[in-house]
Design a protein around this ligand. Structure first.
Ligand code: ACO
Length: 380
């Protein structure tokens, strides 16, 4: 019998066709449904990109107003969810809290919608919206402060900052946070998106798909490199120490965090935009420590590490942790923020999977023992 082909980690395997996201790793380009990330970052918003990903086209003015209105109405957390956050064990991880809340939210959705095999997750938009409110409230309560009611005049990103800090963000902070979420909204067939699609292929609900995707994202090989970048910056300490630290890192074959990418063979287009935000925030807050270290590190790494055969450049995580830090967000919320941003992408993939579904059921190569007789306990 012909042996099936095997690719560890499914590397190089095409597992589906998709109309959602296109990445040109050599040119450093990323498109959501054909729109470049640069155009979207300049002109769009997280809410509009959510509409685009879920509905396959940019909204008209009326569609956008209607969609935004619905999203903003879903921001407030009901008392049960606030209590759930309050009672979450202090040692628990916020990603696990997000999984639990998503599962809990399913209970609020009409039985008919929830359990219809191909339920339209565009109807249950609170999955997109409430994750941000949950993360903000988690931080408020952790600091011993009270829940803040959402502000419908703010963008999705701006309202997240408001609900977390209890103080309205500056306009530039509102825009930067919102665009950072937009830049995380979709990125093709990564591990969490694939997870969401596998669960969707069983005709399970979008709640179980999203909860599973959050679980996949919580692993350190997927989310969390920007948190590591901040630790690296603290170890380096100042721009003067970059040369010495870098030489030692190379000697010890240590990876530069936030650097390199499986797909991008040039600077990640999201890193280009986020670097601009870091520069802007550093100027506004008169705090250039991270920006200066990162620029020097980038130059050193380009000079020493990057070759024609092995091009390595900053990825999305290189500058984002410092941006979040300057926005007052603690590092343990960086991966939950990734989830807040990515949920529209997951939902778009769930809808796409449902449009032309086939249950995922790959094979494995068996290397275990040959058939053998069962031995009774007393004879072992
Ligand atoms: N620092 C130093 N050298 C690097 C780095 C880096 N960050 N990234 C790649 N290289 C070098 C490797 O040492 C290797 O060189 P060699 O062939 O001489 O041994 C070569 O480039 C290829 O590296 P691989 O790790 O094999 O490349 P791969 O495509 O498998 O890895 C990865 C990509 C995992 C992202 C890697 O670049 C890395 O570990 N980066 C640091 C962690 C990080 O930033 N992760 C976030 C990724 S983006 C995201 O998930 C949202």
């Amino acid at each position: 019998m012909e042996q099936p082909t095997f690719s560890k980690g499914l590397e190089g395997v095409v597992a589906a066709s998709s109309d959602i996201c296109n990445i040109d790793g050599n040119a450093g380009k990323l498109y959501y449904r054909g729109y470049s990330i640069e155009d979207l970052a300049r002109h769009s918003s997280f809410e509009e990109v959510t509409f685009l990903l879920l509905n396959e086209h940019l909204p008209t003015k009326t569609e956008l107003e209607d969609f935004q209105g619905k999203m903003r109405k879903s921001r407030a957390l009901n008392p049960e969810i606030r209590e759930m956050i309050r009672n979450f064990p202090a040692e628990g991880k916020p990603m696990e809290l997000l999984q639990a809340v998503i599962s809990y939210l399913s209970g609020y959705v009409e039985h008919k919608i929830q359990h219809s095999a191909f339920c339209d997750c565009r109807i249950t938009l609170h999955q997109v919206v409430q994750l941000a409110s949950v993360v903000a409230t988690y931080q408020r309560l952790k600091e011993g402060k009270e829940y803040v009611e959402p502000d419908p005049t703010l963008s999705h990103g701006g309202n997240f900052l408001y609900m977390m800090r209890g103080k309205k963000p500056e306009d530039y902070e509102d825009r930067i946070m919102d665009v950072c979420l937009l830049l995380h909204a979709e990125h093709g067939f990564n591990a969490s998106t694939f997870t969401a699609r596998v669960v969707a292929s069983t005709v399970s609900t979008c709640y179980s798909s999203i909860s599973a995707a959050i679980g996949a994202l919580s692993g350190p090989l997927h989310g969390g490199a920007n948190e590591e970048v901040l630790k690296m910056l603290d170890k380096i300490g100042s721009v003067k120490k970059v040369d010495g630290w870098f030489a030692k890192a190379i000697e010890n074959k240590q990876k530069i965090m936030g650097y390199g990418h499986r797909v991008y063979k040039t600077k990640d287009p999201r890193a280009v935009i986020i670097e601009g935000f870091l520069k802007e925030l550093s100027e506004k807050k008169n705090d250039f420590r991270d920006y200066d270290i990162l620029k020097k590190l980038e130059a050193k790494a380009l000079e020493v590490l990057s070759t024609k055969d092995n091009p390595v450049y900053p990825n999305v995580d290189f500058f984002s942790g410092s941006v979040f830090k300057l926005l007052g967000i603690p590092p343990y919320l960086f991966t939950p923020i990734f989830a807040i941003g990515r949920v529209p992408g997951w939902l778009a993939h769930i809808l796409e999977q449902r449009k032309d579904n086939r249950l995922y059921r790959p094979k494995s190569l068996y290397h275990g023992p040959d058939p053998r007789p069962y031995v009774l306990t007393e004879d072992r």
